[in-house]
Design a protein around this ligand. Structure first.
Ligand code: NAD
Length: 339
């Protein structure tokens, strides 16, 4: 008998509700039964007169432990603290896994790219502890924190990921030449953990050289492990290698909770136009289906997405400039191709 799963759905802001609707429709079309607890966060919660991360949303996440989340708007330079960062810290979602695998039919100069970026998700520069140091606001500092425990945990997670996913190599991306202690503590942890996995290659790259090399020869990379800020940036770069933000999913894993999301933001410039590309969130849904033990359904969705992209017809304008197809069309096309 088909089991029923429970999950929290946070539709998000901007294009979030429309791409969430698409992802849910596609996941449900596989026949997998998910009872969604729909909750709000970010602008949507504020519009309803609530906190950016309301208690009922936290309660739902505590209950289900599994979340599909649309992008949430974070005000730039002021306003409330990022709900995304708050969620990652509140639920100790220490591993942000962002796979970037090329698609047939999407023309980029980087065909055959297959890189998984694993980003430490709770420490580094994302502590939220920043301040001006003078009354004229002409200088500012931020408190950054990397603990040895968290660095070891993310490195072990990454090597385990490589081992269980048949990956051959992990590259540690750091800046320990300049940040000798802050980034050095990460590099030291990497070296120690790598020694426990002699069957998996271990390489080290300084972040700036890594960015250049990722573009020049992406095939030299397999799994990348890095700290919070570098991972945020590098994973957008790797998304660019495969055709853009609309194609790259992400998962945030903790010991008890997992949140699946697109790596892009709420795209306010195209919100409400019906042209948002839902594939990044649909592929986050694929990661979620694997997580809840529905791997056959996950692979059906993955195959259907790849078929639609390979055909290259029913694509949103970010993938096919000038296209008149929108979110609803690509969703229908993916559902039609579910085997
Ligand atoms: P963005 O990713 O929202 O948009 C960047 C560009 O990519 C825009 O031109 C947008 O139209 C395009 N784009 C993004 N996703 C697309 C899609 N699915 N289909 C078609 N085009 C797409 O980045 P931004 O404009 O810098 O950020 C907007 C807001 O999103 C900010 O408030 C930011 O803090 C937030 N944000 C949230 C998350 C998250 O919830 N995880 C991640 C990143 C940014």
């Amino acid at each position: 008998m088909q089991s029923t799963h429970r999950a929290t759905l946070i539709p998000g802001d901007g294009i979030g509700p429309s791409i969430s609707e698409a992802a849910v429709a596609i996941m449900e079309a596989t026949g997998v039964v998910i009872q969604w607890e729909v909750c709000h966060a970010g602008l949507a919660a504020i519009a309803a007169g609530k906190d950016p991360l309301p208690k009922e949303t936290s309660d739902s996440i505590n209950r289900t432990g599994v979340v599909l989340k649309g992008p949430i708007t974070t005000p730039v330079g002021g306003g409330y603290r990022s709900v995304n960062v708050a969620l990652r810290q509140q639920y100790s979602l220490y591993a942000n896994v962002r796979p970037c695998v090329s698609f047939e039919g999407i023309n980029t100069p980087f065909a055959g790219t297959d890189i998984v970026v694993v980003r430490e998700n709770t420490e580094g520069l994302y502590t939220g502890q920043e301040m001006y140091v003078d009354p004229d606001k002409r200088a500012a500092i931020v408190v950054a924190c990397n603990t040895r425990a968290a660095m070891e945990k993310i490195c072990r997670y990454t090597f385990e990921y490589a081992r269980t996913h048949g990956r051959k190599k992990v590259t540690c991306v750091h800046k320990a030449n300049i940040l000798k202690v802050f980034s050095g503590i990460f590099l030291e942890a990497f070296r120690e953990i790598a020694a426990d996995y002699p069957q998996i290659g271990a390489e080290e790259r300084i972040i700036d050289a890594a960015c250049m090399e990722l573009v020049r020869k992406p095939h030299a990379y397999d799994v990348v492990v890095t700290t919070n800020l570098f991972g945020d940036i590098v994973s957008d770069l790797t998304a660019g290698l495969i055709g853009g933000l609309g194609l790259a999913p992400g998962a945030n894993y903790g010991d008890k909770t997992a949140i699946f999301e697109a790596i892009h933001g709420s795209a306010p410039d195209i919100a409400g136009k019906g042209i948002a590309n839902p594939i990044s969130l649909v592929l986050a849904g694929v990661m979620m289906l694997h997580h809840i033990g529905e791997s056959a359904a996950a692979e059906r969705v993955n195959t259907a997405v790849r078929a639609v992209l390979k055909e290259g017809k029913t694509l949103t304008p970010d993938l096919l400039p000038g296209s008149s197809y929108g979110t609803a069309d690509i969703t229908k096309a993916i559902i039609e191709r579910l085997g």
